[in-house]
Design a protein around this ligand. Structure first.
Ligand code: SF4
Ligand code: SF4
Length: 376
């Protein structure tokens, strides 16, 4: 299993570096053939400008479209953001994230078909049958374009997690509610990934995010592009490159248990290897990280004492969106201000992820702040 890793400090160099990265794993032509309809599953978690580094950068997408144009295939930008999945919502998100510009001058279009299609998923643990975005089921090939980021709930979000966006609209929230346990949710994410099985994953790690990702963390110039036909290999490599222990990333831990990462010790790196010279320094982990360490001597401490809590800052504009999308219905508006019921809260951090004003923060529990080995 190969993972191509190249250094790429700026989007000015993205076309040449993307080509180099893909050539190292056999070339884009191994996957894309003339006349194909290629779905590009970008990360457009919400309407954020490219410089916020929450979404796949438009210049990254445009560069890939150039390479697909050269082969004579057609690209279709596909995503179900963490919002309502309606053409008018998509239109606004494409504009803010500059996907509208990304497709200009290419044989590429933006998806506005909001139908879903049911697919069988024989290798799933939970989701043996599920509905995913119809355009993904109709494409000849799916290319997965994740962003390199930390994630408050799942520690890291990359290639496997990016396919959560193949679930239409607010059905994603229902899945959070049905699977509040992080390990079960990790298996759900793997199931969803297996339902669409993108044939190639290419990570935009040029500008990325650490800290309280995936939408309001710290913007970082990581300066990398990674590519692999195996999303698990890519994620394992990206996590190591970020200096995060793969054992702390539930998706990877569960993937290994399910036999999807058996090859991890024999991954080939035809370009850059992962060592002290390439590893990203000073990665800031999410504030919620302590929840992932609940075990050992602290196992018996009451849950309410160790879990982080969400709180609403002065940036709140009282729009009520967090209350609308909260899967556990834990948020109510009191005197036009959101209030979270921590007993009901399942710590999915959707409110933190999707607040349009980045007004939700996560408060590390005092006890866990002391006990947790991750203080950053
Ligand atoms: S926290 Fe964010 S989403 Fe919730 S009401 Fe305030 S501004 Fe709206
Ligand atoms: S309050 Fe926030 S973190 Fe808690 S369940 Fe609701 S959306 Fe998730």
């Amino acid at each position: 299993m190969k993972v191509g890793i190249v250094k790429c400090e700026t989007y000015d160099d993205v076309l040449a570096k993307l080509r180099e990265c893909l050539d190292s794993i056999g070339g884009l032509g191994t996957f894309v053939k003339k006349g194909m309809k290629v779905a590009l599953k970008v990360n457009l978690v919400m309407g954020k400008k490219p410089e916020v580094a929450a979404t796949t950068h438009p210049l990254f997408v445009s560069a890939l479209c150039t390479l697909i144009d050269e082969i004579g295939a057609k690209s279709l930008i596909v995503e179900s953001p963490g919002n309502l999945y309606k053409p008018e919502v998509l239109k606004g998100i494409y504009k803010i994230t500059e996907m509208t510009k990304a497709v200009e001058g290419h044989n590429a279009t933006l998806n506005f078909d909001v139908d879903s299609a049911e697919v069988e998923n024989p290798d799933a643990v939970y989701l043996k049958k599920l509905a995913i975005l119809k355009p993904l089921t109709e494409a000849d090939l799916i290319i997965n374009l994740p962003k390199m980021k930390t994630h408050c709930q799942m520690v890291y979000t990359g290639a496997v997690k990016n396919m959560f966006g193949s679930i239409p609209g607010l059905a994603k929230m229902e899945m959070h509610f049905r699977m509040p346990d992080y390990s079960h949710f990790a298996d759900t994410l793997i199931d969803i990934f297996l339902a669409s099985k993108p044939q190639l994953s290419i990570m935009d790690g040029i500008m990325g995010m650490d800290g309280d990702g995936p939408t309001s963390g710290r913007v970082r110039n990581f300066g990398f592009i990674l590519a692999s036909e195996n999303a698990f290999a890519l994620d394992y490599s990206a996590v190591k490159l970020m200096g995060i222990d793969p054992e702390k990333v539930r998706v990877l831990v569960n993937a290994e248990k399910r036999g999807l990462l058996d090859f991890k010790d024999s991954i080939e790196y035809p370009l850059l290897k992962i060592d002290d010279t390439t590893k990203i320094k000073d990665i800031k982990l999410p504030s919620s990280m302590n929840i992932h360490f609940a075990g050992g001597i602290i196992k018996n401490i009451a849950e309410s004492l160790i879990k982080p809590k969400v709180f609403f800052t002065d940036r709140c504009k009282a729009c009520g969106y967090c209350a609308k999308i909260c899967p556990a219905k834990a948020i109510t508006l009191v005197d036009k201000r959101p209030v979270a019921d921590n007993k009901k809260c399942i710590r999915c951090f959707c409110c933190h992820e999707l607040c349009p004003h980045a007004a939700v923060e996560i408060k590390k529990n005092f006890i866990m702040s002391i006990l947790s080995p991750h203080k950053n």
